[in-house]
Design a protein around this ligand. Structure first.
Ligand SMILES: [Zn+2]
Length: 210
């Protein structure tokens, strides 16, 4: 891997961690092994994950192309799972992604941003546009499926409510990182404002299937 590639990309969107952040000090050796593990998971998911393959296909149909060298495993300074930049592509944080299933959800999440960017010509500096894409990404990527499991024994309505609450929470955590967002309060406001229309827009999926 080139020195240039090892440098962390600046992202326009970032995907928050699932649990409490921790910032361990890593040796160069450990960093290299985390990146190669992440690359391995990435290869596997691009070949076998139905969601990832579906998204590649949908982006192609929308007139885009996901080049494999635009999906980069990197050591991230801030605790997060990944990010997306319309020019640089997708960042996967090798030091914060614990296993290939989380990588699958994170990659699917970033691919929804990619799809939105290709199909809807998103203005990433517009807070409402950003919030909308984060809502869709959190809802459709499967990252809130754990929450769905959690509520399963409490009835169908609770499942739906748990999923929506998770999507809102995770979208706000991403939006708060936007340069135009003042604070968490502001992030939640913007997410609430666009939630209904963006949550109900499940394109390119027919429905939320996970
Ligand atoms: Zn995102």
């Amino acid at each position: 891997m080139s020195a240039e590639k090892q440098q962390e990309q600046q992202q326009v969107t970032t995907t928050p961690l699932l649990a409490q952040p921790e910032k361990p000090v890593l040796s160069e050796e450990k960093k290299a092994s985390l990146c190669s593990q992440c690359d391995e998971y990435k290869q596997w998911m691009t070949q076998y994950s139905p969601t990832v393959r579906f998204m590649f296909d949908q982006i192609k149909q929308a007139g885009g192309y996901v080049s494999p060298n635009k999906i980069n495993c990197q050591i991230c300074e801030d605790p997060k799972l990944g990010g997306f930049h319309p020019d640089l592509g997708i960042q996967l944080c090798a030091n914060y992604i614990p296993d290939k299933w989380v990588l699958n959800d994170t990659l699917s999440h970033e691919l929804i941003h990619w799809y939105d960017n290709t199909r809807f010509k998103v203005d990433w500096m517009n807070l409402k546009h950003h919030a909308c894409s984060e809502i869709r990404a959190a809802s459709l990527s499967g990252e809130c499926a754990i929450m769905t499991e959690f509520w399963k024994n409490s009835g169908v309505m609770r499942i739906a409510k748990g999923h929506q609450a998770c999507v809102k929470r995770r979208a706000a955590l991403s939006v708060v990182g936007h340069p135009k967002c003042k604070d968490m309060e502001h992030a939640k406001e913007v997410v609430d404002e666009v939630f209904r229309s963006c949550f109900n827009d499940t394109r390119p999926f027919e429905m939320i299937y996970r």
